[in-house]
Write a protein of this length. Structure first.
Lengths: 115, 116
């Protein structure tokens, strides 16, 4: 049971570089999301998707892009990395919500350092 | 808007003693409430949720939480703490009326330390 798989686990970037964090889930979940975790700030929602072809912004979307071409994959792109984007990034998925709201399933995280 | 407050950055408890990790929430309508646990260098793991019905919710590893609508609280409890319970605990909320899938808002987390 793979669940939610994130790659890479660790990455070091220089300011201005771009990169993509990959996220894949094998549970046929409609809903996928990206959070960042920073000390003292908990988890903050970056972007989310309720299905293939549908994405929307969360609480802290600036500097990040997402796309959802398939149900399984939800990559997060950093267009021009900044030191403020140094963080641990988590991908999470679930069924779409509504009256059958279930829990989010999280990946193991991707630790990003921007120098 | 929805929000969660976890007023304690850290909770220390002796093994065998009961533990409580506090959480209060704010939503426009009625809430869905969750507790998650995070062990070092790992993702968050689901512990329990309140959707509707009984105010006392039982979850994994002997944890339970009590929903109190009048106090807008959802405190996590365990009758007898174990050293292995030491971890970072997050409370999360979603307003039932919020569209856009399953957007959870998380608190800042409470570090639980259980000592021998």
């Amino acid at each position: 049971n793979a669940g939610v798989t994130q790659t890479p686990k660790f990455q070091v970037l220089k300011t201005g570089q771009s990169m993509t964090l990959q996220c894949a889930q094998d549970m046929n979940h409609e809903y996928m999301s990206w959070y960042r975790q920073d000390p003292g700030m908990g988890l903050r929602l970056i972007h989310y998707s309720v299905g293939a072809g549908i994405t929307d912004q969360g609480e802290v979307p600036n500097g990040y892009n997402v796309s959802r071409s398939t149900t399984e994959d939800f990559p997060l792109r950093l267009l021009s990395a900044a030191p403020s984007q140094t963080s641990v990034y988590f991908c999470a998925s679930s069924y779409a919500g509504g009256s059958n709201t279930g829990e989010l399933f999280f990946g193991e995280g991707s630790r990003l350092t921007v120098l | 808007a929805q929000s969660v407050a976890q007023p304690e950055d850290q909770v220390n408890v002796a093994e065998g003693n009961p533990l409580t990790v506090k959480c209060t929430y704010s939503v426009s309508g009625n809430p869905y409430l969750f507790w998650y646990v995070q062990y070092p260098n790992r993702g968050l793991q689901f512990l329990l949720k309140y959707i509707t019905g009984d105010n006392l919710v039982k979850g994994s590893y002997g944890f339970e939480a009590e929903f109190n609508k009048s106090q807008t609280s959802f405190h996590l409890k365990k009758p007898s703490a174990l050293v292995s319970d030491s971890a970072l605990y997050f409370c999360a909320v979603r307003d039932r009326l919020t569209g856009g899938g399953n957007k959870l808002t998380f608190g800042t987390g409470t570090q639980l330390k259980v000592e021998l």
